[in-house]
Each structure stands twice: as C-alpha cells, then as structure tokens.
Design a protein around this ligand. Structure first.
Ligand SMILES: Cc1cc2nc3c(=O)[nH]c(=O)nc-3n(C[C@H](O)[C@H](O)[C@H](O)COP(=O)(O)O)c2cc1C
Length: 200
C-alpha cells in the first residue's frame, strides 16, 4: 500500500497483541520529529547529563516544562538529589554530544570546557556552550508512570540562544535538519539557479 500522505488511509498494524501494540507505538513515536536535549544537573558538585527527546513545554503560568526520564537512568536520581536541572536544547551540529550522552552505562560527566560558565544564576545550573536555548529549572514534582518518571520543572532562568539557532532534531531514529532549514536551502538553490540561469 502506498504511504504518501495523500494516498488515503494506511493499513492498521496487523498484530493486535500487547507486543504488537508496543512495537507499533515505537514505530509511530519514530515518526514524531523531536528536538534533542541534553538534560544536565549537578551530582556531587560535578556536572552530569543525558540525551533526551521526551521534553515538553508545560505552561507559561507558571513557566514550566516536563521531562520523562527512565526510572533506571542514573540521571533520574541525580536530578532528584540535586533538586535542579537544565534542559539544554542542542543545536544542529551537536550530534556528537547527543551520541556521547546517550550511551548506556557510559561516563556522563560533562567536561568543564563544554560548559558556559557565564550562564545562569550560579554554578548549580550546567548550561552547555553553543546550545539553541536552555531552561534552568527547579524540580517541582515527580510522577512515576510505568518505566519512566515524569519530572516537572519550574523555569527559574533562561538562555534564549541566538535568534537564528537551529535545534538538533531526531526523526526516524536519526538526526535530521529542520524544515525551516530545508526551506532556506531550497530558496538558496532557487536563487543560485536563477543567478546562473540569468548569467549574473
Ligand atoms: C535521541 C535520543 C533520545 C533519548 N531520549 C530519552 C528520554 O527522553 N528519556 C530517557 O529516559 N532516555 C532517553 N534516551 C536514552 C538515554 O539518553 C540513555 O538511556 C542514557 O544512557 C541514560 O544515561 P544515564 O543512565 O547515565 O542517566 C534517549 C536516547 C537518544 C539517542
């Protein structure tokens, strides 16, 4: 069956078992493009972090956000102990960081040279250099559900990042660029084609 958006309904997953639903849910999640973040906090005075896409705006009243962290992730307990965390919105080009901080069991200490020491009210908020933006949060609530903890943060301070910042996006299990960027690229190619066609 064709899978283009204008080709009409697509077949439902044929396997209605619990395992089939789990697999199907995973597949549908992989269709959801998501911004990649590095969630960071202080652990025994050292900055530590993990890659996460389960990050969502919650409210502006009060400014708040939520992150979903696996209950067995070391970062979960580190955030609870610290009582604060930073949502570092990674920029396009920071794929290496995303890979490094998503490796299970690897050392998640953030080297000092990656940190923006001028950001934030104090050193308890590990903000990374070169990010598209950062939300410095105080942990307000933790709700455990299934394998994950939903962690709610009250935003205490922000780093807006450059106005033309491009976030790192994860889609179909790989890092991709944003649509806005493709539009930009298409415009540039059109401009360049026009320029060469007109002999400018
Ligand atoms: C693109 C991407 C997104 C991820 N998003 C999340 C997430 O939202 N929540 C989560 O718990 N783990 C997520 N992970 C997995 C964690 O980064 C990974 O389990 C990490 O090793 C946990 O580290 P820790 O146990 O040292 O805290 C993601 C991994 C990748 C590659």
């Amino acid at each position: 069956m064709p899978s283009t958006p204008d080709a009409g309904p697509v077949a439902a997953r044929p396997d209605p078992s619990a395992a089939g639903t789990r697999l199907g849910t995973r597949t549908v999640f992989s269709r959801c493009a998501a911004t990649v973040n590095l969630i960071a906090c202080l652990q025994d005075g050292m900055a530590t972090g993990m890659t996460a896409t389960s990050v969502c705006s919650l409210s502006l009243d009060p400014p708040s956000a939520l992150i979903c962290v696996h209950r067995e992730a070391r970062t979960r307990d580190a955030i609870v102990a610290a009582g604060t965390f930073v949502i570092n919105v990674l920029s396009r080009g920071q794929e290496e960081l995303a890979n490094r901080f998503s490796r299970p069991g690897s050392d998640k200490a953030i080297p000092a040279e990656l940190l923006n020491t001028h950001a934030g009210p104090d050193a308890s908020y590990p903000v990374l250099n070169g990010v598209a933006g950062a939300l410095m949060c105080r942990l307000a609530n933790v709700v455990d559900f299934g394998s994950h903890s939903i962690m709610i943060g009250l935003v205490e301070q922000v780093i807006e990042g450059p106005a033309d910042a491009e976030p790192l996006v994860y889609h179909d299990r790989r890092y991709v660029t944003t649509v806005a960027d493709l539009d930009h690229l298409a415009r540039r190619i059109t401009d360049e084609s026009l320029i060469s066609a007109l002999g400018w």
